[in-house]
Design a binder for this molecule. Structure first.
Ligand code: PBG
Length: 340
């Protein structure tokens, strides 16, 4: 069928028709909101490079979680900012640390929320690397029990989803075994299986104070040119017991999301990372792009590429926008009964 019988514009003519033929839908159910949790009480430290985000003490993290839940967001992802750091990152498994504390309080206040706990050592180590150092490199196998220990600590506090982001080999199996041994065979593991050594984590590292003190993360995070390797990583983690697979960052890796989606049958999660969030804000501040539209477009793009779920710093604004009954309100100005 060709023009003039075929006219693509027919299906774009009105907002209602466009809504009917929309192929990719966004719902607050699919959003996971990251929160940075620090120690203390009543503490809110704005993060300069991430507008509308702050390091929150557990009590304020609870308030944020309550507000998110009221908008229909069902998951939060917690990152810890400890008061002190050491060489092995022992704050990661401190049951009194900011993350376990926030998990317990959020569970109490909003039991229906799924709480995700990021598992990594970089926020807790004095050197800022994601594992134990050995001969100036990060040692894989001695790091595994520490990640497992942190995971069990978060599960004990009530975390529903354990999300290891360290990129050590074999950590999903180590964490699964430790969770099962401790009686947490019901907790989900969402593996950051496909995490690239990316320039887009800069604002996060400001927020978490987790910039490596020397070197970079290229010996454990993936090399941006590779996509076949992403499939190997994803399949290996599914094999080790991962219930969900994450691809990170999001927008520069849409092809990777699609490829991974086509190779695994577990849910695929895309992480729109800090740098993606901040660059949209920065351009909008200069008046160069329309932020609400760019937010929707980039989020839908991640879903269209094959992500089932999205971790996004826009979760709150997205849920707010999705809750608003679009432009229908204007179109349907009330007609007085009897005047039809
Ligand atoms: C911890 C971790 C990082 C991010 C999530 N977990 C930082 C890193 O790997 O350097 C980045 C998230 C973001 O940029 O939003 N390893």
């Amino acid at each position: 069928m060709s023009f003039p019988t075929h006219r693509g514009r027919r299906l774009r003519r009105t907002p209602a028709i466009r809504a009917l033929v929309c192929e990719t839908r966004l719902s607050p159910d699919a959003l996971i909101a990251p929160l940075f949790v620090c120690e203390g009480h009543g503490r809110r430290e704005p993060i300069a490079s991430m507008p509308n985000h702050a390091r929150l003490s557990p009590d304020l993290a609870v308030e944020e979680a309550v507000a998110l839940a009221a908008l229909g967001v069902r998951s939060v992802l917690l990152f810890g900012i400890p008061a002190t750091k050491d060489a092995e990152g022992s704050g990661a498994w401190d049951p009194a640390g900011p993350v376990p504390t926030a998990i317990r309080r959020i569970k109490e206040a909003v039991p229906g929320l799924a709480i995700w706990a990021d598992v990594c050592l970089c926020e807790y180590t004095s050197h800022g690397h994601c594992g134990l150092l050995h001969d100036a490199g990060v040692d894989n196998d001695t790091t595994l029990p520490l990640l497992a220990r942190a995971s069990v600590t978060y599960a004990q506090a009530g975390a529903d989803v354990i999300a290891p982001s360290d990129m050590m080999d074999g950590r999903v199996a180590a964490i699964r075994a430790a969770l099962d041994d401790a009686g947490f065979e019901d907790r989900v593991i969402c593996s950051y299986a496909v995490k690239y050594a990316s320039a887009f984590y800069g604002p996060f590292r400001d927020a978490a104070g987790s910039t490596p003190q020397f070197g970079d993360r290229k010996a454990y995070q993936m090399d941006p040119p590779n996509v076949r390797e992403a499939v190997r990583e994803a399949l290996a983690d599914v094999d080790e017991g991962a219930d969900m697979i994450m691809v990170k960052p999001g927008l520069p890796y849409l092809d990777v999301i699609r490829t991974v989606r086509d190779h695994v049958d577990v849910p695929v999660v895309a992480y729109q990372v800090s740098g993606e969030y901040s660059m949209l804000h920065a351009a909008a501040e200069r008046g160069w792009i329309d932020l609400p539209r760019a937010m929707m477009e980039t989020s839908v793009a991640l879903r269209r590429a094959g992500a089932d779920l999205i971790i996004t710093y826009f979760a709150r604004e997205l849920a707010q926008t999705l809750a608003a009954p679009a432009q229908i309100a204007q179109a349907a100005a009330p007609v007085p009964v009897g005047a039809r």
